[in-house]
Write a new protein. Structure first.
Length: 255
C-alpha cells in the first residue's frame, strides 16, 4: 500500500489535538452508530472514513488515493468512491479526479457560517420541543446530560464535559421530531467537530454554559416555546462568538 500523504499541522496545533482526543466511543455514540446493523460496503466505508476524520486520524489536508483507502478498509474502490461522494456532499472532503480525496479544513469564516446555521436550527428545535412537550423519560435524558456536564467540570474533565454537552444538543434536536432538521444539524455538528475539539482547552471553564442548558430544560418542562427558543439562541450566539475569538487569538485560521 502506498504511504499516506498528509499535510502536517504546525507542532503546537498537533499537540493541542493530541492532548484532548475525545474517545471513539463518545463520537460513535453521538452519531447513533449501531454496529449490530449489517451495513452495506458503501455505508461501512462512509462511516469508517468519517470516523477517522472526526477523530483526527485523518487531519485536514490529508490526501489519499482511492486505492490507498480501499487497501486501508480492505474493500474494493467502488464502495470507497461512493463514500467519498457522500462525504463531499457533506463538506468534509474534496474529491479529486485521479487523485482520490483531500480532507477539507474548517476556517474561521466556515465556523461563523456553521454557528449561524446551528443557532437558527437548534433554536427552532427548542421551540418545537417545548410546543410538543416531552415525556418524563425524555426530560430526564436532557437533565442527566446537564448533570453529567456539572459533574465533569467538578473533576476538571473537559472531555467528559464536551461529550455530555454534545449529547444534550443532539438529544434536543432529535426530540423536536423534524427528521430533516435533525439531519441538517448533525451534518454541521460533524463539520465543526474538529474545531470544537481543538478549542476545548483554550476556552474559559464553561460553567455558564451548564446554566444556559438548565434554563432551556426548565423552559421546555413548563412548555414555554418562546423562552426555550430565546434562551437557546442566546446560548448559541455566545458560544459562536467565543469560539471565533479563540480562533483569531491563537491564529488558527484553518483546522
Amino acid at each position: 500500500m502506498q504511504q499516506t500523504k498528509t499535510v502536517r499541522f504546525a507542532s503546537t496545533t498537533r499537540k493541542l489535538f493530541e492532548s484532548k482526543n475525545m474517545s471513539s466511543e463518545s463520537v460513535q455514540a453521538a452519531r447513533n452508530t449501531d454496529t449490530k446493523i449489517k451495513l452495506s460496503l458503501p455505508d461501512r466505508a462512509y462511516r469508517e472514513i468519517k470516523r477517522r476524520i472526526l477523530e483526527n486520524e485523518m487531519p485536514s489536508g490529508t490526501i489519499m488515493l482511492e486505492s490507498e483507502l480501499a487497501d486501508l478498509l480492505d474493500m474494493s474502490r467502488t464502495p470507497v468512491r461512493e463514500a467519498l461522494i457522500r462525504l463531499s456532499n457533506e463538506g468534509m472532503v474534496e474529491v479529486r479526479p485521479r487523485h482520490g480525496m483531500r480532507v477539507l479544513p474548517v476556517s474561521r469564516d466556515d465556523m461563523i457560517e456553521i454557528y449561524d446555521i446551528l443557532t437558527a436550527l437548534e433554536s427552532e428545535a427548542a421551540d418545537l420541543v417545548a410546543r410538543r412537550g416531552l415525556s418524563e423519560q425524555q426530560l430526564g435524558q436532557l437533565t442527566a446530560a446537564v448533570d453529567e456536564m456539572d459533574q465533569a467540570l467538578e473533576k476538571d474533565d473537559l472531555t467528559g464535559w464536551a461529550n455530555a454537552d454534545e449529547r444534550f444538543h443532539l438529544l434536543l434536536v432529535e426530540f423536536c421530531g423534524n427528521k430533516r432538521l435533525t439531519n441538517m444539524v448533525n451534518t454541521f455538528w460533524d463539520q465543526s467537530h474538529r474545531v470544537r475539539l481543538l478549542t476545548l482547552r483554550l476556552r474559559p471553564k464553561p460553567s455558564g454554559s451548564n446554566d444556559d442548558h438548565r434554563a432551556v430544560v426548565a423552559a421546555i418542562a413548563r412548555n414555554d416555546p418562546d423562552a426555550a427558543r430565546d434562551l437557546h439562541r442566546q446560548h448559541r450566539l455566545k458560544s459562536g462568538t467565543m469560539l471565533v475569538e479563540i480562533l483569531e487569538k491563537h491564529g488558527l485560521s484553518n483546522v
